[in-house]
Design a protein around this ligand. Structure first.
Ligand code: AVJ
Length: 319
C-alpha cells in the first residue's frame, strides 16, 4: 500500500478569507465542504441511515448489480475513485469482482482528507490483500492532473457528490476529467434523479431533525475558524426543491435580528430576522441532463444503470 500526497497545506488564513467573503456576500453563503468536521461527518453518517434519506439505499444495491455487469471491463485496469471517503461504496462494488480480476487491478482512492485515505486504504488492503491499493491525497477539483495513469482507467465518482456542484462547476469538472482521460478510459458517475418532490424534500427534512442539526453544525465549524459567536439555535433549517434549477437547496434562516461578532478578526455580521445563509445545493438529474452533460464534456454516454423506480442512476461514460 502506498499513499501519495499532492495536497498543498491549506493555510488557516485562506480558510478565514474564504469564509468571511462568503458571509459578506449577498445573499450570504457558506461552502458545503465546511459541513464535514468530526461532528458533521458523524451527523452525515446518521443521515445515511435515516428511513427518509433514500439515496444510499438505492445506490448500494445498484453498485452491486452494475459491478456484475461491468466485470469484463475491469481486467488489467486502474480503478480511480474520486472522493473515496470511507471506501464503503467501492467495497460493495469490488465484492462482486472475481478475485482473479482484483489481482491485477490497482485501486487509487482520491480524497481531500488525508485521514480518510490512510484509514480506508488500510482497511481495503486488508479486505483485498491480492489487490494493489495506492492512495492519493489530493483535491481532484483543483489538481486533477495529479491522478496517475499508465493503464486503462476506470473512474468512479459515487454518492451523487457531483450534485453539490453548480451546473457550471460540474461541467468544468467533467471537461477537466475528459482532458485527462485516455481513449477507452471509463467513468461511472452516481447521480440522484428527479422524482416526486415530496420524496426529495422529505429526504432533506427528516422527522428526527438530524439534517437540521447537520445544517446548523456548519455554524460551529465557522465559529472554530473565525472565532465568531454564532448560536446555532438562532437559526432554523430550511430545505426545499428548487424546480427551475432542479436542486435541493439548504439554507439557515435567522429567527431574529442578530449581530454575530468575531473579536478575533474584529468583524461583525448583521442578520435581519428571516435572512438566510445558503449552505448547500444538491442537484437532481434526468437522463436528458445526464446526456447533455456527457455531450458537453465530450464524453459518450454508454449506459444508464438505474433501479425499478429510476430514483438513482449510475451513468457509464467513455472517452
Ligand atoms: C453527500 C452531497 C450526496 O447532497 O444528498 C445530505 C449531502 N446534505 N443531506 C446530498 C447531504 C443533506 C449529500 N451528499
Amino acid at each position: 500500500m502506498i499513499i501519495e500526497d499532492f495536497m498543498p497545506e491549506v493555510g488557516e488564513t485562506s480558510i478565514r478569507e474564504k469564509l468571511v467573503s462568503c458571509l459578506k456576500s449577498n445573499p450570504k453563503t457558506l461552502p458545503s465542504m465546511f459541513f464535514y468536521d468530526h461532528k458533521g461527518s458523524e451527523l452525515f453518517e446518521k443521515i445515511t441511515q435515516l428511513e427518509e434519506y433514500y439515496p444510499p439505499k438505492i445506490e448500494i444495491p445498484l453498485l452491486r448489480s452494475t459491478a456484475r455487469t461491468l466485470n469484463g471491463e475491469l481486467n488489467e485496469c486502474d480503478i480511480v475513485e474520486l472522493g473515496s471517503g470511507d471506501c464503503s461504496k467501492i467495497s460493495v462494488f469490488l465484492d462482486e469482482v472475481p478475485e482473479e480480476t482484483r489481482r491485477n487491478v490497482v485501486y487509487y482512492p482520491v480524497d481531500v482528507s488525508r485521514e480518510a485515505i490512510e484509514k480506508s486504504a488500510g482497511i481495503l488492503q486488508k479486505r483485498y490483500p491480492e489487490m494493489d491499493v495506492h492512495g492519493i491525497h489530493a483535491d481532484f477539483l483543483e489538481h486533477i492532473e495529479k491522478i496517475p495513469g499508465k493503464r486503462k482507467r476506470f473512474f468512479c465518482f459515487f454518492g451523487s457528490t457531483i450534485g453539490n456542484l453548480t451546473e457550471d462547476k460540474a461541467m468544468e469538472f467533467m471537461r477537466n476529467l475528459n482532458r485527462i482521460m485516455n481513449k477507452n478510459d471509463r467513468l461511472l458517475l452516481g447521480m440522484d434523479m428527479v422524482k416526486d418532490v415530496d420524496v426529495i424534500e422529505k429526504a432533506y427534512n427528516d422527522s428526527q431533525g438530524i439534517t437540521a442539526e447537520f445544517n446548523r453544525n456548519i455554524l460551529r465549524v465557522t465559529n472554530s475558524h473565525l472565532g465568531t459567536d454564532f448560536d446555532p439555535d438562532d437559526f432554523e433549517h430550511v430545505a426545499f426543491f428548487n424546480k427551475e434549477l432542479s436542486r435541493i437547496e439548504m439554507h439557515l434562516r435567522a429567527k431574529r435580528d442578530l449581530e454575530v461578532r468575531s473579536p478575533l478578526l474584529n468583524e461583525r455580521f448583521i442578520f435581519k430576522k428571516g435572512e438566510t445563509i445558503h449552505t448547500e445545493n444538491s442537484h437532481k438529474y434526468t437522463v436528458g441532463h445526464i446526456r447533455k452533460m456527457a455531450n458537453a464534456a465530450g464524453l459518450s454516454l454508454e449506459n444508464v444503470y438505474t433501479d425499478d423506480r429510476k430514483w438513482f442512476s449510475l451513468a457509464e461514460m467513455v472517452k
